[in-house]
Design a protein around this ligand. Structure first.
Ligand code: ATP
Ligand code: MG
Length: 557
């Protein structure tokens, strides 16, 4: 008999049990971003997790803007978030929601609590509320307003809504238990007065619900079954459950927490990314050195590579930090067979083939990807003058250097064998031109008589080459010091995370590259045409990732 080995993560196990016990008949999940910044790789994990669960169980996935806080939210962020979620492949067609659409229903829910004697209007100031709350060791103290009658509470709450009271003068609080060992249960504030205009509801409201009250209601109104969030909300779960129970939902949603995704030595928090943008350390939320989804896309990451990454990370209850190299592994793995392999010289020096006919240009055949025949072949122009990488020539080579040096013969990739006959230097001793002779019988880079060469180098014909800029990226963070400076909470930014190579020469075909097109540049890594900096016929390439790394996938078990 065949034995099926299925390893289910803890969230799947809980959903399986809920379905089996009939707690829910189908699965509905959501991703609830606050539109106060761009999404980052951590959000990608949450999106793909929630979307993946809905899909796996034949359920529904919602995208819901958690826009209950009128101060920090912006339309720019709303649009960017929708783009990012769609790009990642999480389809929310027909399932887009706004928490602010529920302000009316949330108000009704608060009234329901007041009528049940489960909420009261409190006149204590914010400081007083804090002082009355108690500590982890000591119970809190009840508000003197806790005993207000239901009628008085209903009247005051309505007048709060009508705008009769200034900001901060009154709040609505849940009446739970000031002696609870869980501080979140000590009569938490659920509504505040704030005379602020909201980007979606305008001036319709001057009272706004607090997150811990609003969030469970949003889930319940939408029929969410499993409300998946990160670990810091574990202590808020009793309040979540209290809200949906006391408001009286028949099939209340249930909260399940998992550990946030962190990347070692990488800035992932929205607040910190925002600071880098505002301080001009980066050129916007989509700067390719960031790990916002927009930045990863601009850098050249694909949805598939991020899906793979999230899958490899798995879900867990234990806080941990993932190596950025795993993300790099995923994009390399994804592009390996998809991206055409082309030649680009980033740090050029001229090479002249003295016995090659002057003025002649010929076309040589090259496969677009040696490991994937389906990508076909192309013609590359070749001529008497070429550019090669400066590091591919040495006047006095060390042992085991197999590239060009006086007297040595190498293969020009897909072209000919050439032997170095000499070189020229300028007054500073910098090599300006390398001279070679070629063997016409080695066309295609094949040995004419069985003689071997140990080195193969890439090149671009000078006459037809496209001149472009290439951008090389390093971590923004000084890895020796770690992300955060412990003394003042600032970030340890290194000054040299961007190198712009302004005089790169590429095969002419690369001038046609369009935004987001990716290539493997032989020996130099994977590059993507930068969507913000490229112009038609004038692409700017940014390095997605170098070709090699010492990273090994962690053992799966
Ligand atoms: P940040 O932690 O960067 O400030 P946030 O949690 O304030 O982000 P929200 O817009 O409130 O951002 O988050 C939307 C959803 O994304 C929430 O369900 C949240 O739990 C989840 N999320 C945020 N950061 C991560 C992360 N690093 N890993 C996994 N999920 C995350
Ligand atoms: Mg948040």
């Amino acid at each position: 008999m065949e034995k099926e080995v299925i390893s289910r993560n803890f969230i799947e196990q809980e959903i399986d049990r809920d379905l089996k016990e009939g707690v829910y008949k189908e699965v509905c999940t959501r991703f609830p971003p606050e539109p106060n910044g761009y999404l980052h790789i951590g959000h990608a994990k949450s999106i793909l997790l929630n979307y993946g669960l809905a899909k796996q169980y034949g359920g529904v996935f919602h995208l819901r803007f958690d826009d209950t806080n009128p101060t920090k939210e912006k339309d720019e962020f709303v649009e960017a978030i929708e783009d990012d979620v769609r790009w990642l492949g999480a389809d929310f067609e027909g399932q887009l929601y706004h928490a602010s659409d529920y302000f009316g229903k949330m108000y009704e829910a608060a009234v329901t609590l007041i009528k049940k004697g489960k909420a009261f209007v409190c006149d204590l100031s914010a400081e007083e509320i804090r002082a009355y709350r108690g500590t982890l060791k000591e119970p809190g103290k009840e508000s003197p307003y806790r005993g207000r009658s239901i009628e008085e509470n209903l009247d005051l709450f309505e007048r709060m809504k009508a705008g009769e009271f200034p900001d901060g003068s009154k709040v609505l609080r849940a009446k739970i238990d000031m002696a609870s060992p869980n501080i979140n249960m000590r009569d938490p504030v659920i509504y505040r007065v704030a005379h602020l205009s909201h980007q979606h509801t305008g001036d319709a409201w001057c009272i706004y619900p607090m997150y811990d009250f609003a969030h469970p209601l949003e889930d319940a109104f939408e029929g969410i079954t499993h409300s998946i969030c990160t670990l810091e909300f574990e202590d808020h779960r009793p309040l979540y459950d209290w809200v949906v129970r006391e408001v009286g939902f028949e099939m209340p949603p249930r909260q399940i927490e998992f550990a946030k995704l962190y990347l070692t030595n990488v800035v992932t928090g929205k607040r910190y990314i925002k600071k880098l943008v505002e301080d001009g350390v980066v050129d916007g939320w989509d700067d390719p050195r960031l790990v916002t989804i927009a930045a990863l896309r601009r850098r050249g990451y694909t949805p598939e590579s991020i899906q793979k990454f999230v899958e490899l990370c798995g879900v867990s209850k234990a806080q941990s930090s993932t190596d950025y190299a795993m993300l790099e592994y995923c994009i390399r793995d994804d592009l390996k067979l998809k991206a055409p392999r082309m030649m680009a010289v980033l740090d050029p020096v001229k090479l002249v083939i003295d016995n090659y006919p002057e003025g002649q240009i010929e076309e040589l055949d090259a496969p677009n990807n040696q490991e994937n025949e389906a990508l076909g072949t192309r013609k590359i122009p070749f001529g008497r003058e070429l550019y090669i990488e400066r590091e591919d020539f040495m006047e006095e080579p060390p042992r085991k250097y197999f590239r060009l040096f006086p007297g040595n013969e190498v293969r020009l990739m897909y072209a000919y064998f050439v032997r170095c006959t000499g070189f020229e230097k300028d007054e500073n001793g910098r090599v300006t031109t390398i001279h070679c002779t070629y063997d016409p019988a080695s066309r295609g880079g094949n040995s004419p008589d069985g003689r071997k060469v140990k080195g193969t180098i890439h090149w671009v014909a000078a006459e037809t080459a496209g001149k472009v800029a290439c951008r090389l990226y390093e971590n923004l963070i000084d890895e020796e010091k770690g992300v955060y400076n412990e003394e003042d909470g600032s970030m340890n930014i290194r000054p040299d995370s961007l190198t712009v190579c302004g005089d790169c020469y590429v095969e002419p075909a690369l001038l046609e590259a369009k935004a987001y097109d990716s290539f493997q540049f032989v020996r130099n890594g994977f590059f993507c045409a930068d969507a913000k900096l490229s112009k038609p016929g004038e692409p700017v390439f940014g390095r997605i990732v170098a070709l090699k790394s010492s990273f090994r996938l962690p053992a799966q078990g």
